[in-house]
Design a protein around this ligand. Structure first.
Ligand code: FAD
Length: 401
């Protein structure tokens, strides 16, 4: 990527990472043509409220992200990118339009992972996934008090949806394959603590099991499920919260192996399988796999809001400055809200071989845990103790720099 400013920049994915990149480009002096391509018809909007205050009706239906005046962008919304020719530098949209570019940012995010049960019903039958605004609107309409909600997967998203369901007065069952919620992400100590919060809120948490089959009535609508342990659960509405997969299928045939996310170097340049940079192409956010200094350069899939923001900005700087752009060395961070508490983490707790619990007060709903790998700090997590994370973040930043 040359250090001279590009003239035509195309951003694929008009959401969090894409908007942040666009804003950064203009803020740092880019005067050329800027195009944002988005598969959805909506201007950029924020996703975190969709599983929280939006579902409970406390947030407006429109969670739009602020678009700065003076962005001077050409918006191509409601049109998905379907093909990338990186050799001739042309992006093709679903309507057949070919967009030439000097610089291209891939920021197409991720899609909800679907379940593995054959014959899984869809939203019309009462089984939902949650990734975008339309999903959230349809789910919110289905969450009427007195109904029975089944949430499959007790990760962050599943926990938030289950909590929203309880707040709305539904009977909620939360099914989790692991021994406790969130075990792989943050370990058994935090998982057990969160499991207790769910149970105290009246959620029927079933761990160590999965959905084996769906039951529907004569009208085709969901009536319940049979779990792998044979037990039946009645449900009018189900939400599959089984994680996300990078929305990179449209890159098939481009020469980039993006099935697990677009691999990048530490300046967000997209890489071909031989490790060479794709000319003029950067990637950021949930669609990208970015090397993390805390993981000694490995690139785990994270899917964090702050990562999309920081990577979007970093990718824009690389489009403008090439090799002179700073390498990406932000400390990952994440938050989740449920049952009136805020969980926050910094670093990469999932890497740890040891978790040290510094405070665990179930009554006061407070928790502080640090995570270590081979004796080195790799992450920290708090519930109800956000202020304590700053010191951990500083220590982690020393390592990443
Ligand atoms: C319900 C929900 C709750 C969340 N809560 C939290 C939270 O509490 N804390 C936290 O840290 N993170 C949270 N996240 C994660 C966070 O929102 C994501 O990490 C962030 O949105 C990623 O931004 P992105 O721009 O990379 O991708 P996205 O926000 O997914 O945006 C990608 C955009 O690209 C578009 N697109 C896809 N394919 C194409 C194509 N072929 N052509 C053109 N456009 C395309 C999509 O329609 C979408 O608009 C949550 C996510 C969800 C879904």
């Amino acid at each position: 990527m040359s250090a001279g400013h590009p003239r035509d920049v195309v951003i694929v994915g008009a959401s969090l990472a894409g908007l942040r990149a666009a804003t950064t480009l203009r803020a740092e002096g880019f005067t050329g043509n800027l195009t944002l391509v988005g598969a959805e018809q909506y201007a950029p909007y924020d996703r975190p409220p969709l599983s929280k205050r939006f579902l409970t009706g406390q947030a407006p239906a429109d969670t739009a992200l602020p678009v700065p005046d003076g962005l001077r962008a050409c918006w191509r919304l409601g049109r998905a990118a379907v093909r990338l020719d990186p050799y001739n530098r042309i992006l093709t949209l679903a309507d057949g339009t070919g967009l030439p570019y000097d610089g291209l940012l891939i920021a197409t995010g991720a899609a909800a992972r679907s379940g593995a049960v054959p014959g899984e019903p869809g939203p019309e039958q009462g089984v939902f996934t949650l990734r975008g605004r339309d999903d959230a609107t349809a789910l919110r309409a289905a969450l009427t008090p007195g109904r029975k909600l089944l949430v499959v997967g007790a990760g962050f998203l599943g926990g938030e949806v289950a909590a929203a369901g309880r707040a709305l007065g539904l009977d909620v069952t939360l099914v989790e394959a692991g021994a406790v919620p969130l075990e792989r992400a943050v370990g058994t100590e935090v998982g057990a603590f969160v499991g207790t919060l769910h149970r105290e809120a009246g959620i029927d948490l079933r761990t160590g099991t999965t959905v084996a089959a769906y039951r529907t009535g004569p009208d085709g609508r969901l009536t319940g499920v049979r779990l792998a342990d044979g037990r039946p659960i009645a449900a009018d509405v189900a939400v599959l919260a089984l994680g996300a997969v990078p929305a990179t299928g449209w890159l098939a045939g481009s020469g980039i192996d993006a099935a697990g996310g677009v691999p990048t170097d530490s300046r967000m340049r997209a890489l071909f399988p031989d490790g060479s940079a794709v000319p003029g192409v950067v990637a950021a956010g949930d669609a990208a796999r970015v090397p993390q200094p805390l993981a000694d350069g490995a690139a785990p899939a994270l899917g964090h809001w702050s990562g999309a923001v920081e990577q979007g900005a970093a990718a824009a700087r690389t489009l403008l400055r090439g090799e002179a752009a700073p390498v990406f060395a932000e400390v990952p961070s994440f938050w989740s809200d449920f049952h009136g508490v805020r969980l926050r983490s910094v670093g990469l707790p999932g890497l740890a071989d040891t978790a040290k619990v510094h405070e665990c007060d179930r009554g006061a709903r407070r928790l502080e845990v640090s995570y270590h790998l081979d004796g080195r700090l790799v992450g920290a997590l708090t519930i109800g103790r956000t202020s304590r994370l700053a010191a951990y973040r500083e220590m982690l930043a020393e390592h990443t720099s």
